[in-house]
Design a protein around this ligand. Structure first.
Ligand code: NDP
Length: 292
């Protein structure tokens, strides 16, 4: 049986460290690390994510400031809010929950956030710094995956990692972080003709595809570690025959688990780590800003 990597437990350890550091920060600087979370519109999934982020921030001793804006908020209003948060010394981290409503320019907002407060790590300055090995704020999801991999393996040097997916928020930064840890990194994507064959050569497979349970045992080398980033809502028949909504990953857990060395579940794997790393980034940003 594979080791089930419990993201909730690892996330709790990260959050404990954040809480301790937040107490010290408050003692040193007379204020709490501040995280501003901006939500535009009523998207139900985004509302859940924001609620969870605010709850974790408060529990970790951060000051969380929530800005809820109507779905028809115009670009100028959002630009102004971001400019105000950039200028506010009590705000150390700014998170604008994505996706934004269609009429708003997401790239423009990502670029408008002060890179020093960009706790999502999406600003081109942070993206570039990560890739050339300079100090940056690193995207939360791949950061969470790295913490879990390092806990399981200790040393990652020399391992072959295959990442399925090349998005800016998961696949690409994941590749940069694994490369920094001296892994041999392969990224496969929708145009890769032999993705499963390449994945089968990997010691570590990171799935970030957005396709429910696409990765089955035929993609996985016996003894490999599997990190499932995917969050997909599917309808499955329940006991009484009615369809029931269920969260599943990009990996077919039941099929892959018997031959993996270690594997993350969905839910309860990468998801909690993403939020924990957001809190960690806020603390890192707060320390750097306060020492400027
Ligand atoms: P994107 O849709 O931005 O990227 C998906 C990637 O998968 C693309 O690079 C795409 O290739 C590739 N892909 C699609 N189909 C295939 C295929 N058949 N074979 C190989 N590659 C394929 O997704 P994200 O990276 O934003 O998210 C991925 C998943 O992770 C989603 O389920 C998302 O909900 C989840 N997620 C979870 C988070 C968490 O905290 N747990 C955080 C962020 C995301 P191409 O580029 O060629 O189109």
């Amino acid at each position: 049986m594979a080791i089930r990597i419990d993201g909730k437990t690892v996330a709790a350890q990260v959050l404990d460290n954040v809480a301790t550091a937040a107490t010290l920060f408050e003692k040193d600087f007379g204020l709490k690390p501040g995280l501003a979370v901006v939500l535009v519109g009523e998207d139900p999934a985004s509302q859940v994510y924001v609620r969870n982020k605010i709850a974790r921030a408060t529990e970790s001793g951060l000051n969380s400031i929530e800005h809820r804006l109507a779905a028809d908020t115009d670009q100028q209003t959002l630009d102004q809010l971001v400019a105000d948060l950039n200028a506010d010394p009590s705000v150390h981290g700014i998170l604008v929950q994505l996706p934004l409503p269609d009429h708003l320019d997401e790239d423009r907002i990502i670029r408008a956030i002060d890179p020093a407060k960009d706790v999502d790590g999406f600003h081109p300055v942070n993206v570039g710094a990560l890739h050339i090995g300079e100090e940056s704020l690193e995207p939360c999801t791949p950061q969470g995956c790295m913490i879990m991999l390092e806990q399981i393996h200790g040393e990652l040097s020399g391992k072959h990692a295959v990442i399925v997916g090349r998005s800016n928020i998961v696949g690409k930064p994941m590749a940069a972080m694994l490369l920094r840890a001296n892994c041999t990194v392969t990224i496969v994507h929708s145009r890769t003709p032999n993705a499963a064959e390449l994945a089968r050569q990997a010691d570590i497979v990171v799935a970030a595809v957005g396709r429910a349970e696409m990765i089955d045992a035929s993609w996985i080398k016996p003894g490999a570690t599997v990190i499932d980033v995917g969050i997909n809502v599917v309808e499955r028949p329940s006991g009484n025959g009615e369809a029931q909504r269920k969260l599943v990953g990009d990996v077919n857990y039941a099929d892959v688990e018997p031959q993996a060395y270690a594997i993350t579940p969905v839910p309860g794997g990468v998801g909690p780590m993403t939020i924990a790393c957001l809190m960690k980034n806020t603390l890192i940003a707060a320390r750097r800003l306060q020492r400027k």
